[in-house]
Design a protein around this ligand. Structure first.
Ligand SMILES: [Zn+2]
Length: 153
């Protein structure tokens, strides 16, 4: 976050993000809300969009996903269970196929789609991820012709 915000602004943002005790998808939502400010509408678990995005920012037409490391086969923590392989192999392969398809549908609808790994949404990784999300939101805001700074409504 250091390269984008002043130290004061940064600690203000980080103070709004819990570091434990919440699900990755909720933390992603907290991050977006802390970065954009309270006046922005942020929807969670949007069922009427492909793939039911965890976080949607309607004004920016952005859909964000918090992908579980196991179910979405993270390169660091994903693994194939040793038992019931006949169930898990196609199941996990299908998850990936569905992710790709849903992403394509969302893009066709004009959404910018970003995915975040579960492991990047907790502990010491939160700092890095907030900075990444800040850059993503800033770029999208500039494209949409909205004010250049984050946090201001
Ligand atoms: Zn992971």
């Amino acid at each position: 976050v250091a390269d984008i915000f002043s130290a004061e602004k940064r600690s203000q943002i980080m103070s709004k993000i819990r570091s434990s005790g919440t699900k990755p998808e909720l933390r992603l939502c907290e991050m977006a809300q802390a970065l954009l400010g309270r006046r922005w509408r942020i929807d969670q678990n949007v069922r009427d969009l492909p793939g039911q995005p965890d976080v949607v920012i309607p004004a920016l037409r952005m859909a964000l996903f918090a992908d579980g490391c196991f179910y979405h086969c993270c390169p660091k923590h994903g693994h194939m269970p040793k038992s019931r392989r006949e169930y898990w192999v196609p199941k996990l392969a299908n998850n990936l196929k569905r992710d790709t398809l849903n992403e394509r549908y969302l893009r066709r609808k004009g959404y910018s789609v970003r995915r975040f790994w579960e492991h990047d949404l907790k502990g010491t990784r939160i700092n890095v991820t907030v900075a990444r999300l800040a850059r993503i939101l800033l770029r999208r805001r500039q494209k949409s012709g909205r004010p250049r700074t984050l946090g201001s409504a």
